[in-house]
Ligand binder design. Structure first.
Ligand code: F6P
Length: 360
């Protein structure tokens, strides 16, 4: 019989579909199989920073309905680095010790963080400093966490982007237009290449493959000459301008966010091909809504596996999907090996084999 443990769980960084499925799985396994207590920490590490810590005890009844819901029921944030936390007077303060104090005050034996590489990196540093036992579950629609083939949220985002291309297809054909769909992916083009192939895009632009406008326009002309007076372009938000600049916006809070490459390309494509162009920026639609079956499955597999790692006393590890198995990898390995689209990999070869233009 295992000693009764008390574990915390939090979601950190941008939300995505499938987070609640993972929270539910953690509770089912920890409470249902091991008889442990699970505390849901609210608003990422901010819940531990608060005094008293902001948490909710999680029971199987509380999480039963979560499987099919979007977002994160615990709340999250992707701003406010605890090591340089923005204070109301404009200064920044290292508040990592408050998070450590919150962990110990709650009497936690371990903490599960569901996050992307940035969140894992920060929470790991805090855990190392404060003697916290950490297990991580990868999530991000960008699918760029290293050492795992799958992260929670990616599949739903690809589904949404694919469905958007399906919808754009007919309106593009009806009006003889070039439709440009700008999708997320801060540093990697996984969403664009997957949805582009699945949704029948004629041109796919990803940050891993530099493009030139002549190739894009040539593809559009070729199609026009063969009687196809419309084209579908999918572009990842991280694709740069011809001069190598990333199009970013800084908002009033000083936050830098990608977005705008779709409109930049629309103007250039219109100039070189004469085609009428329209742009759809998919934005946070990709992160919301009901999780796809695969994201529910991934969240469930990862949640159960994360609890089992704690039962085995294996910490500083991330659960990972590899070759149809769930395994564990050291967190430093996962965050040290950023996963981008391989320009010589299967999906790029497939796209080229289908005659899709990749901009070069
Ligand atoms: O990392 C996930 C992600 O959705 C990126 O694809 C995107 O650039 C960014 O987060 C958007 O962040 P925010 O929700 O702060 O606008």
């Amino acid at each position: 019989m295992q000693e009764q443990k008390r574990i915390g769980i939090l979601t950190s960084g941008g939300d995505c579909a499938g987070l609640n499925a993972a929270i539910r799985a953690v509770v089912c396994r920890a409470v249902g199989s091991y008889g442990w207590k699970v505390l849901g920490i609210r608003q990422a590490t901010m819940g531990l920073m608060n005094s008293p810590p902001d948490f909710i005890p999680l029971e199987i009844d509380t999480v039963e309905e979560l499987l099919i819901t979007g977002g994160t029921f615990l709340g999250t944030t992707n701003t406010g680095d605890p090591f340089a936390y923005p204070m109301p007077d404009g200064s920044t303060r290292d508040r990592s010790s408050e998070i450590i104090a919150g962990y110990h005050q709650l009497g936690l034996d371990a903490l599960i963080v569901i996050g992307g590489d940035g969140s894992m990196d920060i929470v790991r540093k805090i855990a190392q400093k404060g003697g916290m036992n950490l297990v991580a579950i990868p999530k991000t629609i960008d699918n760029d966490v290293g050492s795992t083939e799958r992260s929670i949220g990616f599949d739903t985002a690809v589904n949404i982007a694919t469905e958007s291309l399906d919808r754009l297809h007919f309106t593009a054909a009806s009006h003889n237009r070039v439709m440009i769909l700008e999708v997320m992916g801060r540093d990697a083009g996984h969403i664009a290449i997957s949805a582009g192939i699945a949704g029948g895009a004629h041109i796919i632009l990803i940050p891993e493959i530099p493009y030139n406008l002549d190739s894009i326009c040539e593809k559009i002309h070729e199609r026009q000459e063969s009687g196809k007076n419309y084209s579908l372009v999918i572009v990842s938000e991280a694709v740069k301008t011809e001069n190598g600049e990333t199009i970013k916006n800084i908002n009033r809070l000083g936050q830098t966010r990608f977005g705008g490459i779709g409109h930049y390309l629309a103007d250039k494509i219109c100039a070189c091909s004469g085609a009428e162009t329209r742009v759809t920026v998919l934005g946070h639609i990709q992160r919301g809504g009901t999780p796809s079956p695969l994201d529910r499955l991934t969240g469930s597999v990862f949640g159960v596996a994360a609890v089992d790692l704690i039962a085995e006393g294996k910490y500083d590890c991330m659960v990972s999907w590899q070759n149809r198995q769930v395994v564990s990898v050291p967190i430093p390995e996962a965050i040290g090996k950023y996963s981008t689209v391989d320009p010589d990999g299967m999906l790029v070869k497939t796209a080229r084999g289908l005659g899709i233009c990749l901009g070069n």
